[in-house]
Design a protein around this ligand. Structure first.
Ligand SMILES: NC(=O)c1ccc[n+]([C@@H]2O[C@H](COP(=O)([O-])OP(=O)(O)OC[C@H]3O[C@@H](n4cnc5c(N)ncnc54)[C@H](OP(=O)(O)O)[C@@H]3O)[C@@H](O)[C@H]2O)c1
Length: 245
């Protein structure tokens, strides 16, 4: 059996400058991978690089998933690559009651979390070896939507459909998604603003796990999806039991 090793693998993490992507980058570097973290904001990438101790096996790349030409250029210039992960989402303004929802915010969310992943597969898959993989990030909103979450719920569900279709089309590459529950990351500044801590505390009390997620919980699940050669077209739920309550 050929083993899929994280040590020495070249792994792109789009969204690696924050939250779950940053935790994943830290974990992958600790396991000996060569990691490129990508996102739009160069200052955020630089801060992430510093928080990762300016690791010798870390590169950063400015990349906007809403820009097809950026993605095409990135992969043209990129050397070898073994795995692609995206945790990226531009949720600003998209988590909203319908009367206040601006369609431009919904469109940014669709572009970052649906078309962006599709383009990563279009341009990235040809660079991956047969044992390579792509891991996307959906979310529990597809299963337990909250008021204000219609756009997020719909996009997560669409992304999961894409995962299943790509797993067939791009085989033997493995295409999977992790579906996080509520995880304490900077994204909550957009979703809940000043009410972030109170919102997360209230959710922790409701969950069977008795706490909200940590970015490291999701990083752990993504490492499983990268490394398990018999898992494809799967959505791995890491949500503390959220779908049960
Ligand atoms: N946190 C939760 O409770 C939760 C729950 C369910 C699902 N999720 C999903 O989990 C994923 C990770 O969330 P998180 O909480 O870690 O978010 P986060 O801390 O806000 O990080 C999002 C990352 O995506 C990047 N990004 C945003 N738009 C981009 C674009 N157009 N092109 C490239 N990069 C882009 C951001 O960098 P720049 O801004 O510099 O581009 C940042 O690095 C998201 O897909 C989110 O929807 C989160």
């Amino acid at each position: 059996m050929t083993e899929i090793k994280i040590k020495g693998a070249e792994i792109l993490v789009v969204g690696g400058s924050s939250g779950m992507g940053l935790a994943l980058a830290r974990r992958l570097l600790a396991e000996g991978a060569d990691v490129t973290i990508a996102g739009r904001n160069i200052a955020k990438l630089d801060a992430a690089r510093r928080s990762l101790g300016n690791h010798a096996n870390l590169k950063t790349a400015a990349l906007d998933l809403t820009q097809e030409e950026d993605i095409a250029r990135f992969f043209r210039d990129q050397g070898s690559l073994d795995h692609i992960v995206s945790t990226a989402a531009d949720i600003e303004g998209a988590y909203q009651f319908l009367p206040d929802l601006k369609i431009s915010a919904a469109q940014r969310m669709v572009e970052s979390k649906f078309y962006g992943p599709l383009l990563l597969a279009k341009y990235g898959a040809p660079h991956l070896p047969p044992l390579g993989s792509i891991v996307y990030t959906s979310g529990v909103a597809a299963y337990r939507p909250a008021a204000r979450g219609s756009v997020v719920a719909a996009i997560n569900a669409a992304l999961e459909g894409l995962v299943r279709a790509l797993a067939v089309e791009l085989a033997p590459l493995r295409i999977n998604a992790v579906s996080p529950g509520w995880v304490d990351t900077p994204i909550w500044n957009f979703v809940a603003g000043d009410a972030k801590q109170a919102t997360l505390d209230a959710m922790a009390k409701r969950l069977p796990a008795g706490r909200v997620g940590r970015p490291e919980d999701i990083a752990d699940a993504i490492c499983f999806l990268i490394g398990n050669g018999f898992t494809t077209g799967t959505v791995l739920h890491v949500e503390g039991g959220h779908r049960l309550v």
